[in-house]
Design a protein around this ligand. Sequence first.
Ligand SMILES: Cc1ncc(COP(=O)(O)O)c(C=O)c1O
Length: 412
Amino acid sequence: MSTQLSSEQILDDYATYVSSGKANFFKSIGLPLIPGKREGVRIYDRAGHAFINCRSSGGVFNLGHRPQPIIEALKNALDELDIGDHLLLSEWRARLAKKLAALTPGDIRYATFTPGGGEAIDVAIKLARAYTGRPGVIHAVEAYHGHTGFALSATGDKFKARFGPMIPGFYAVPFGDIAALEDVVNATTAAVIFETIPVTGGILIPPPDYYPRVRALCDRFGAQMILDEVQAGLGRTGKLWALSEWNIVPDFMVLGKGLSAALYPISAATYRPHIDARFADEPFMHISSYGGAELGCVAAAAMLDIITAPGFLDNVNARAKQLGAGSAAIRARYPALVADVRQRGLMIGIEMVDDMLGPALTLALAQRGVLANYAGARANTLIIMPPLIIGAADTARVLNALEDSFRQLAGG
Ligand SMILES: Cc1ncc(COP(=O)(O)O)c(C=O)c1O
């Protein structure tokens, strides 16, 4: 698949035809990485330098790059299927939804499929508004739910400041603050939406009683509770769903990224039967030409088989323990640089004392063959999210690169 184009030519074409700002940004930070070959937990630049991908694109690469069982499943499917006609019924959509229903919490049973996570969030908010007949949507100040319509309106200011006016009826509260939420939820609230563990906000862990109280508050006012598990779901936290920790059942749970196994875009708004029942007379309430593409359904179903196989989450939990212990040791060694470490499974946020340190650490790690990045809405926090299939030796390599990078930043 390699081409004859030089990296300079590609950068130039990118700057001329895709995005001048993006090309300049990566040049200016000294990381003009153009991925070439990719396999397992690694991507390679065009010169063949390897990077362990600890971004995982927020979970897209949960199974690593180019997972072979999914490639096989897709190759077989290509002999018979295509995207499918979104207006017609579909065996493959029904199969995937049934598989999800067996795995999702409580009585969550229905799924509306979309290509991207932002659109799946749009579906959840749209249906919550129609179900309740109310306008209000409460989200976290630190939220990131995507760049589409309702999703962008439910996202933090940093991402929407230039694109206003946003959709009316959206209110932001600080994540984890139940009193702030109680102040704004009322009889006009259609939905309360949170990322179960906000990642772009810097891996925020709510107080233990937060979600049960959010659930109770939604029940009291008839508001729909939407949890976004686009990054935190599908095994990332060491449990199949991040929300399992709190033993609650939201009205909607939104999935994306890892659902695709990085090979065919597919996302889903899953929800409880009362929502489906409300739309019995309007079955075409969300039309999306590529939503529930049958090839994507095949990829997602094969991915679910892998992450629910015995032993899969054991590896996630073992590597989480290894990464957690290593990060705690680094925090203890560099107290002048590290303010906090927050972790659930294979999602770790290392919060540093200064906003400059996130970009600096990102670059130092890249120079040592580890790709990670600082949180989009909190530059002082480095996010480490390796593929869930990472092994002990590669985890040790990531920790060595971290240690080495902190030594450099500390001036040692
Ligand atoms: C928590 C969360 N929700 C939703 C989205 C939107 O997903 P997509 O980029 O597929 O539209 C993202 C994307 O990063 C996300 O991190």
